[in-house]
Design a protein around this ligand. Sequence first.
Ligand SMILES: [Zn+2]
Length: 421
Amino acid sequence: MHSHSRRRFLHRIALGSQIVTTASPWLLSVQSGPARYDLLIRGGRLVDPSQRISGERDVAIQGRGVAQVGERIPASSARHVIDARGMIVTPGLIDIHVHVYDGVAPLGIPADPNCIAKGVTTVVDAGSSGAHTFPGLRKYVINAVDTRVYALLNISVVGQSTLSEDNPHGELLDLRYANPKLAIRTIEQNRDVILGIKIRLTRNIAGVHDLAALKLAREASDAVGLPLMVHIGGTASPVPAILAMLKKGDVITHSFRGSPGGILDGSGRILPEVRKAVEGGVHLDIGHGAGSFSFDTAEKAMRQELLPGTISSDVHQFNVNGPVFDLATTLSKFLQLGMTLEQVIERASTNAAATFGFPKGLGTLRAGAEADVAVWALDEGRFEFTDSLGSKRTGNRKLRPVATVKAGKLYGSASIPVVRV
Ligand SMILES: [Zn+2]
């Protein structure tokens, strides 16, 4: 015990030259004199599926990178220490389906309080913007927030239309809005942040010409060599016809939605075309959303040994106050469904990182990776979870975000908004 330096810091934490404010109740010991590391996260249970680690490990950070992961790294080796005993430590999570075009009413939510403040360091805005509206996403969100935001470009130039009783009209009802030429041009100009193309095919969004719209999205996707994310459910065309147009690396989101237009047939069996698509390298993503996750579908799929490839939240204005809340709650629902902690973390870290062309070093805590770390409490008790259809399940574990580190910089806990330096 390095009693000479152990002090309780409740208000201000100095990290190198950076000062952040936090109310998080962890012990920090500040080591005076030279130290090898800037920050050490010590004593937690590290779950890093990329290294097949699930056990007590310490994570040492130098600058913006992971310096070392190991057992019992001495506290004296670091200038600042987070005592993570009793907590879960994971790579900063990656949510590949969110809507953070804040200010584009009414769908978008602010990224930082909903993502980085809740253990999610990297997100993909899934098609909120199209070629005409992407520049604003880049200027006012991607370039401005602390959360690392990437985008899938909507094949519709106008981006995603928010559907409601007052506006039941989706962005592809007029097929002329599906514009591969403009999509390709926008992607070529923004390849550093656009990772693929998004298309929504529900009947009130794409009418009866869903396959024609998908063909145009396919054309753009093939031209730029980036994957498609396809939103299924309630489509005019059957799911097998949609799957037939997908390729290795493409993503189906809302894959555990209820019927109609889901992955199950009328008797609850997984469509053979779905298995074939997965075997061919199509990723099944969750994209919980306000209408797109069903416990019943999930239970049936998992009983038939079909697990999702990635677990994402599709968090936006109409579900952020329930039933989605955040990625942690979505992951906790899969704990309730019987997946292990390692399996759910894998689907929001390793698997998510492999889905799109992110820069190397995200979703992992290997030495040399970006120092994105999330610290969680795994609360035990009775927790009621609700799916998009209003069905409820009671679970006994729930992940609660405690702190986030992004590129070596410590952020506050979910109880306070993200703190800017
Ligand atoms: Zn969405």
